[in-house]
Design a protein. Structure first.
Lengths: 130, 130, 130, 130, 130, 130
């Protein structure tokens, strides 16, 4: 494994969460906005752990919520670096859902977040020091 | 104004918010995820007020955060229906930012949220009863 | 419209919110305290947008909760400047409630918040620079 | 002590809280709305502990915030029954503030909350069973 | 009463709280973690009010949750200093639970939190100035 | 790997989190109570994912906070099943901390949470169906 691949592997970030009724809509599924917030949080942590620089989100991709995430399920929000640019990285974020009281999991939501490294003057800086 | 146009006008939805330091990152700007969450919330309320049906988010468009939203600014998150389909609507969501202690505002973030009307069996239903 | 009237109009502030079961009491209506908190927040934003100074609440008026606000309704909390003094303003705050799945809205709660402009030494200063 | 006086004494309710910077405004004092929310919460608990019925807030009195409550102080929000009517009670709520790192406390905010006992049909019922 | 005993008595700290369904698990009882968080908060406030120094938690004792705390009960989390060392204090924290709509209370959870006084360099300092 | 070992491996649960200043005390370190709450949450999810039964916390072990967790660090809270009894499991929970802008991580806090499987009548049931 190259040094970069090792660094990408070490930056993988995961947040497990129980979907409680109080974060769901009237239809008893997780709000899209709650999912987007958690995806951005995981992207931020993964990008920071990869670069060890101050990272800010510059864009989120189109996100499809084709499969509802009902209350009383467990989700895992996983982030992994999929592109390393000069001053930015892409983080692929997947949400897996598991029934609380049954085996198995499915991939429920996917998105791509682009994060840029910035200095104190808000100017882009290299993601990795060379 | 047609009846539909009146209904669209009446559904316009707005949330003002102070960006406090505790919702900002290390760089003292609003997290992308917080902005996405508020945008989805406004889209949900606007779509519900338009249709008076149970609405769920099916997709969020690509969102660019080209302009940072620093702590101690006031934002207005505005949602307006821009397309009415048979079982879904599009809600354009704009975030305007204002300095707390200066005049003027700028359009800082834009996104499009597609919301679908569903019945109790999670099947799409017409957005407007005919 | 005079310059002051225009400034008052521009300062009008609105927050839409879904009343979820998790902000309601055992009786499934919004807590009075949640309503008071949102009313003060709207008053603070309206007063700040009017004066562009640091504003603090000096008093809230008697507030009557004669009409309950049940879970699964949408509310709009609206604030508007109704008096401009030398160092303070009054903000009238109204809460309108709408059924999520029916047309129509009613005025449910009203209150008056007095906000004063202060400098760094916590001394009152003119609300508007002359 | 009469039975009623004993019941009033037993219903006294207290919440201590550290005022953290994230609940304060730009001026570093507790938002009026946060204080009002805590006062209503204490009134609700005191009234419930007195009556053991479902209680709802029907009004809050005029509340003056003459003394600011800065970040990094400790507050105690105290509620006590001061009037027992047929279907309602008044709860006097006082907020005391203490410096974290100095002795002494002062009474900073006072308010009166009127709470009514209701049945499942939202009709007022006697506060105390006779 | 000695001066120390008076100081211990004055530092007693109490937080009443309604256990709402949104802080309970699928089984409708308060999460152990929510109870632990409130116990630490009460211990922190009691220790700070006793010493008027910056206090940090150094350990929590074994805590048994033998009795579940269901939704729609009222709890009181009480903290009292039980040992005063040179640079640390022990705070005994008890959680009492009351039915909302019945008389009586029971001791439901107990724990001991050890808090140490620290200076700006994170070095232990005497709890009480001599 | 035995079937039980595989099931234990599959139940491993992880939550990454940025320690923001608003969850830290005056001393700018994470509150003990916040750490305990996250540890219980991870234990609950790990135990649920192992057993697929309703789990409740019956005890938390003594927890030492010998190393402070300052603001602006990233933590990973990891839970793993370490004992499988008839009606209960033990979950070992470790908190690792990483500087945001430096490489490396250290084990900062450890605890053991015992979780029991219960049925609808709150009676213990076997953790694994045989």
């Amino acid at each position: 494994m190259t040094k970069l691949a090792a660094r990408i592997a070490a930056a993988q970030t995961s947040i497990f969460k129980v979907v409680f009724p109080n974060t769901t809509n009237h239809y008893k599924t997780l709000f899209g906005g709650e999912a987007l917030k958690m995806m951005d949080e995981v992207a931020f942590i993964a990008a920071t752990r990869f670069s060890r620089k101050t990272m800010v989100t510059v864009s989120s991709s189109k996100v499809d919520f084709t499969m509802p995430i009902p209350a009383d399920t467990i989700i895992e929000v996983q982030g992994a670096i999929t592109r390393v640019g000069r001053t930015s990285v892409d983080v692929q974020v997947n949400i897996y859902k598991e029934e609380m009281y049954e085996e198995g999991r499915v991939l429920a939501v996917q998105g791509l977040f682009t994060m840029v490294a910035v200095d104190e003057n808000k100017e882009p800086v290299p993601v990795i020091d060379v």
